[in-house]
Write a protein that binds this ligand. Structure first.
Ligand code: BES
Ligand code: ZN
Length: 456
């Protein structure tokens, strides 16, 4: 083990160079214009795994390819499956990046690029740790299987099908995912809960084309006005989502969990400063961590209507649309939430306006049991990499496929986040600390050793 860690320490520069290479590929899964680049990123990961002697194959799907590889079986030891993604979010708004999103730049020990933390940098830690074991010991202490996909950022549409068709091949005792965050710098964490998601697009149409707002305004329903009225009615002053039925199945926070959240070293002033806001907001009666990790929400993600150019234009727009999503907590069913929403929007629709509601991806939230021996082994490995025992946290983001892994493979899911809360995933100037990258590779190498000791 010590030799593996020394080997990793000695290869810091090579690891960083590899990450930078992968970050140069604009693998934006949401935009069809980047499909060839998404494939190129998959092939890059495939070559890296093949380079260390693993058979790695690209599986074609109706969308972007899935990369599958495995190290040799180790009889008697459990099997770990690494899940990660090589696709990234769109880089917009481009003019807010200090250096271009696909020209990785290192400043102050951090690499800045789209995908740096989410998830290329984090995913690569497990690839490099397996490479280190193979180079030093000629074997990994347990069998590691890799499922690296290219559609996580668009809801993992085709991955479920692959998992269902390959349950035997993918059989494992635990699933390892590094696509979350540490609690704070110097406070590593293991995440035992994530929120789910239900994503929607609401399209309203009025007259057949844009109209003069003086000639027609007041006499014809305005889709932009209608949209703001509808959306405005969905969340009240107290931060409650105003959709009948929305809270019906919500799993309430236990007193014990509330106490544990409250005991974490959360610095609210620093959090406000990080975001440059003078006040925080959210559902009444809950703390900031409770609101972000364990309460459901509704947030508008994008709004489009009318004139967006320079100066003023007196126009009554023919169309208005919004993209918005609910973050869900365990027990809430995305399909049921969608039905409740549709009903409410129909009630709120103004006369003279037509409505179309598109349901994009949905996934339920999760909470994992804390008693798992795999989780305890992971805590020891995180300590080996980061020099400090992790705290156990929940987080507000979603990894849609986590439930499917747990249900289908009956495996414990380990969410070992190496990122930081201010790494700017999905935002301009996304980054990943090269120290965290390096520590993540060390922790991952230690993880294989720790997990291998668990009796199956
Ligand atoms: N890495 C994130 C998920 C995440 C971020 C979990 C921070 C916990 C903390 C992941 O890549 C992601 O962004 N997922 C999407 C899923 C969606 C597109 C279905 C999300 O949460 O918005
Ligand atoms: Zn991610």
């Amino acid at each position: 083990m010590q030799q593996v860690l020394q080997y990793i320490d000695g290869r810091r520069k090579q690891h960083e160079a590899e990450l930078i290479e992968l970050l140069q590929i604009p693998s934006v899964s949401a935009d069809p214009a980047f499909a060839a680049d998404v494939k190129r990123a998959a092939e890059w990961v495939q070559r890296r795994l093949q380079g260390m002697g693993l058979a790695a194959e690209l599986i074609t799907t109706g969308g972007h390819p899935i990369l599958y590889a495995e190290s040799p079986p180790m009889p008697g030891a459990p099997v770990a499956l690494v899940y990660g993604h090589y696709d990234v979010q769109p880089p917009d708004p481009l003019d807010e990046w200090i250096t271009p999103p696909f020209e990785p730049a290192v400043r102050d020990g951090k690499v800045f690029a789209r995908g740096a933390t989410d998830d290329k940098g984090q995913m690569l830690t497990h690839v490099e740790s397996v490479a280190a074991w193979l180079a030093v010991a000629k074997k990994v202490p347990l069998q590691v299987k890799f499922v690296i996909e290219g559609e996580e950022e668009v809801g993992s549409e085709h991955l479920g099908e692959f998992l269902r068709a390959n349950t035997e091949r993918l059989a494992c005792n635990c699933v390892v995912i590094s696509d979350t965050s540490q609690f704070a710098p110097g406070v590593p964490a293991i995440t035992y809960g994530l929120r789910g998601i239900a994503y929607f697009e609401l399209r309203l149409t009025g007259p057949k084309q844009d109209l003069h707002s003086g000639v027609f305004g007041g006499g014809v329903a305005n889709p932009a006005n209608a949209l703001t009225k509808m959306l405005g009615a969905l969340v009240d002053e107290r931060g409650r989502v105003m959709i009948p039925g929305f809270y019906d199945d919500v799993a309430a926070l236990t007193d014990r969990e509330r106490k544990e959240f409250a005991s974490l070293p959360f610095d609210e002033a620093a959090f406000k400063q990080q975001l440059a806001v003078d006040q925080l907001a959210g559902e009444e009666g809950f703390t900031t961590l409770e609101r972000r990790w364990a309460r459901p929400t509704l947030d508008i993600n994008g709004l489009t209507s009318g004139y967006q150019g320079a100066g003023a234009k007196t126009v009554l727009p023919a169309r208005a649309s919004a993209k918005f999503s609910c973050r869900l907590v365990p027990n809430q069913d995305p399909t049921k939430v969608a039905a409740c929403l549709r009903k409410r929007l129909t009630e709120l629709l103004s006369p003279g306006i037509k409505m179309e509601l598109v349901e994009h991806h949905g996934a339920p939230g999760v909470v994992m049991p804390l008693e798992s021996p795999f989780l305890q082994a992971a805590a020891t490995a995180v300590e080996a990499g980061f020099g400090r025992r992790p705290v156990f946290i929940r987080e507000g983001g979603s990894i849609p496929i986590v439930n499917t892994f747990a249900d289908l493979l009956h495996a414990d899911v380990l969410l070992l986040g190496w990122g930081q809360n201010d790494d700017n995933p999905h935002s301009p100037n996304e980054k990943f600390s090269l120290d965290d990258f390096h520590r993540g590779i060390r922790a991952s190498a230690a993880l294989w050793q720790e997990l291998a000791q668990i009796k199956k």
